[in-house]
Design a protein around this ligand. Structure first.
Ligand SMILES: NC(=O)C1=CN([C@@H]2O[C@H](COP(=O)(O)OP(=O)(O)OC[C@H]3O[C@@H](n4cnc5c(N)ncnc54)[C@H](O)[C@@H]3O)[C@@H](O)[C@H]2O)C=CC1
Ligand SMILES: C[C@]12CCC(=O)C=C1CC[C@@H]1[C@@H]2[C@@H](O)C[C@@]2(C)[C@H]1CC[C@]2(O)C(=O)C=O
Length: 257
């Protein structure tokens, strides 16, 4: 799908991979509907994207009403919705049992609600709008890009909820692509390795250095948000990507413990 004149909703757009994706799609000519809980940080998009092609929506991907309002606003303001990029996510961690205390169910529910249910909430509401689009080349009406994680396959200590949520994103990719293929909507997920964003900013330098030296194959550094955004753009523009999860991780393999 050519990006010029298209409309994209990007969740988690206030920070990191979502911010870079919103900027990258806008630079290629798309109008952007940004959805994030963090209204203040999201406002930084105004410095990168011209006002006539930017709509900021404060809200949670886990709330039906918030996402419904954002996709309605996209169509009301820009006339259609062609692209959805799911980047909103959290990485709250806990051990299954720690010092005799079981994993807090509230943490489990939060991570699943945002990373997995939130992703599907955006997919279903955005796809319903995409089905109203006039078909383009090959009958294409829309593209959905989700963010999984290498942790789906190689979760570390404390990542039961996070890994399960991301495995869920990978799991839904094929059946949703099958559901939407007859309507000309593609669905692709990206599984990033370690990227230099706010989500990993709290990691002690020693830990990140050790992960990079021992577990990242080449190039031995964290990923840059712009590299993620470049893949999002490629997925949107290249109609032959569908129903798959693409690793973007410099060959990272995590250790056993
Ligand atoms: N940074 C990394 O190394 C990796 C990140 N990921 C995934 O990439 C996605 C983006 O992560 P980053 O950009 O690194 O993190 P980030 O922390 O920089 O950005 C995440 C954004 O999501 C927003 N958000 C959180 N909960 C939300 C909700 N309920 N509704 C709407 N927005 C919400 C936050 O306000 C924040 O702006 C996440 O799904 C994360 O799990 C996956 C693999 C590696
Ligand atoms: C658990 C990690 C690594 C150790 C640390 O000090 C801090 C962390 C919090 C953020 C985690 C870190 C690592 O496991 C990799 C992930 C899970 C990171 C959040 C996103 C992350 O980069 C990922 O999903 C990788 O695939």
């Amino acid at each position: 799908m050519k990006l010029e004149g298209k409309v994209a909703i990007v969740t988690g757009a206030a920070s990191g991979l979502g911010f870079a994706s919103a900027c990258g799609l806008a630079a290629a000519g798309a109008s952007i509907v940004a959805l994030d809980l963090d209204e203040a940080r999201m406002a930084r998009l105004r410095e990168q994207i011209e006002p006539s092609r930017l709509l900021l929506c404060a809200g949670s991907v886990a709330e039906e009403a918030h996402v419904a309002a954002a996709v309605d606003a996209a169509v009301a303001r820009f006339g259609a919705l062609h692209i959805a990029v799911n980047c909103a996510g959290v990485a709250d961690a806990a051990k299954t049992v720690s010092k005799g205390e079981p994993f807090p169910l509230a943490t489990w529910n939060k991570v699943i609600a945002i990373n997995l249910t939130g992703t599907f909430n955006v997919i279903r509401l955005a796809a319903a709008k995409m089905l109203g689009n006039d078909p383009g080349d090959d009958g294409e009406r829309g593209v959905i890009v989700n963010t999984a994680s290498g942790a789906a396959w190689q979760g570390q200590v404390g990542q039961a909820a996070y890994s399960a949520s991301k495995a869920g994103v990978i799991g839904l990719t094929l059946p949703v692509a099958r559901d939407l293929a007859p309507h000309g909507v593609r669905v692709v997920s990206i599984a990033p390795g370690l990227f230099d964003t706010a989500m990993v900013a709290g990691m002690p330098e020693q830990v990140s250095k050790s992960i990079i030296e021992r577990m990242v194959l080449f190039p031995a550094r964290m990923g840059r948000a712009e590299e993620f955004a470049a893949l999002v753009r490629t997925i949107v523009e290249n109609a032959y990507f569908n129903a798959t999860t693409i690793s973007l991780d410099a060959g990272a393999r995590m250790s056993a413990r």
